[in-house]
Design a protein around this ligand. Structure first.
Ligand code: FAD
Length: 322
């Protein structure tokens, strides 16, 4: 797996590397890679934690948390209870795939559970979901000379949008164009899959328009993630579209002292699901907590000047004139 956002050592001119998570850092510089792999980025994060002396304790699973009557929280963890004055929930999405988007989805293989595309037996595949994960699966399989049909209910290249949270990223669009040119990848739009079942000759995929497709190989599910907030869902309010409700400081509207950082953060139409977006909210949370603790926040002005402190989301206009 690789990043889709490029890394570039543009820091000298005030343009922070898109995949950097703090000032004066650049994965492009540390890793000498434009599109780091997951493994190399984790090496960057480890080096980062060591350099900045961040205490990280691994191998502990947080299962739930409870607000304490006198303030703060008790966390239920595999290492026993832990206490904290504030909690910033940053447990991401990837480890929490959405396994039941429609009846029979258990017959499919979720894309996040594939360790290597070369391990899948068969010559032709059907992928449900044609956004970043689905197209990545199709590109990888086509490189292995497999035929792939991708089904999606809506076109994922939106000519009106430049926001990679709503339209395919340039990196993926370019790879898709190459895969399509090979003749092995077909993307079928306007197909709303409503069920999957086992069939005599493989798997039957049922769509809302009444059509049925048969796949000889296990269908690949690329319909997204429920995310880690499902573990502590009851500590938040949710809107009708399933978006978590947060204050302007990314704090739970239901549970004061509980903040969210990462790709789950969204405010109305602003979806902060890329690192270069959500990293700009770290300082907002730091500011909120520091203010409550009476800590001087002057240092955060440097973050604002360098594009790492985004508290006015009204400026996130995505229009590109060309
Ligand atoms: C193939 C792929 C390519 C991507 N490319 C890009 C890209 O190019 N650019 C970009 O900006 N984003 C990209 N993303 C998305 C990006 O990786 C995520 O948005 C980012 O990793 C989220 O960071 P995070 O720290 O919030 O969560 P994660 O990276 O998911 O990290 C969560 C951490 O929390 C831990 N954890 C989870 N649950 C618990 C628990 N209950 N208790 C304790 N610990 C827990 C996990 O072990 C993990 O260490 C990509 C994702 C994938 C899968």
């Amino acid at each position: 797996m690789r990043f889709i956002t490029p890394s570039f050592t543009s820091n000298q001119f005030g343009l922070l590397d898109l995949n950097a998570i703090a000032l004066n850092t650049s994965p492009a510089f540390s890793l000498r890679r434009e599109h780091p792999t997951g493994r190399s980025y984790s090496a960057f994060l480890k080096a980062f934690a060591e350099h900045f002396d961040i205490p990280v304790r691994c191998g502990i699973d947080v299962r739930d948390l409870s607000p304490l009557p006198a303030g703060g929280f008790e966390l239920e963890t595999t290492a026993g209870p832990l206490r904290a004055g504030f909690v910033i929930w940053a447990a991401g999405e990837f480890q929490y795939p959405w396994l039941q988007p429609f009846p029979g989805a258990e017959h499919c293989l979720h894309s996040s559970l594939v360790r290597s595309w070369s391990e899948l037996p068969g010559d032709s595949f059907l992928v449900i979901g044609g956004y970043e994960s689905g197209i990545d699966a199709a590109v990888q399989l086509s490189r292995l000379k497999k035929r792939v049909t991708v089904l999606d209910r809506k076109p994922k290249i939106d000519p009106e949008s430049s926001d990679p949270s709503t339209t395919l990223s340039p990196f993926t669009a370019e790879r898709l164009a190459r895969a399509r040119a090979s003749g092995r990848v077909e993307v079928v739009e306007g197909v709303d899959v409503v069920a999957v079942d086992r069939a005599k000759s493989g798997w039957a995929i049922y769509a809302a328009d009444g059509s049925v497709r048969i796949s000889k190989t296990q269908p690949i599910l690329a319909t997204g993630f429920t995310g880690s907030l499902t573990l502590i869902r009851h500590h938040f309010e949710w809107d009708d579209d399933g978006a978590v409700q947060l204050t302007h400081e990314d704090e739970s509207t239901r549970t004061p002292g509980l903040f969210v950082a990462g790709p789950m953060v969204r405010h109305k139409n602003v979806i902060l699901c890329f690192i270069y977006k959500f990293r700009q909210r770290f300082a907002v949370i730091a500011n909120a907590i520091a203010n409550r603790l009476g800590v001087d926040t002057a240092v955060l002005e440097g973050y604002r000047k360098r594009g790492m402190y985004l508290d006015d989301l009204s400026c996130c206009d995505e229009r590109c004139v060309c």
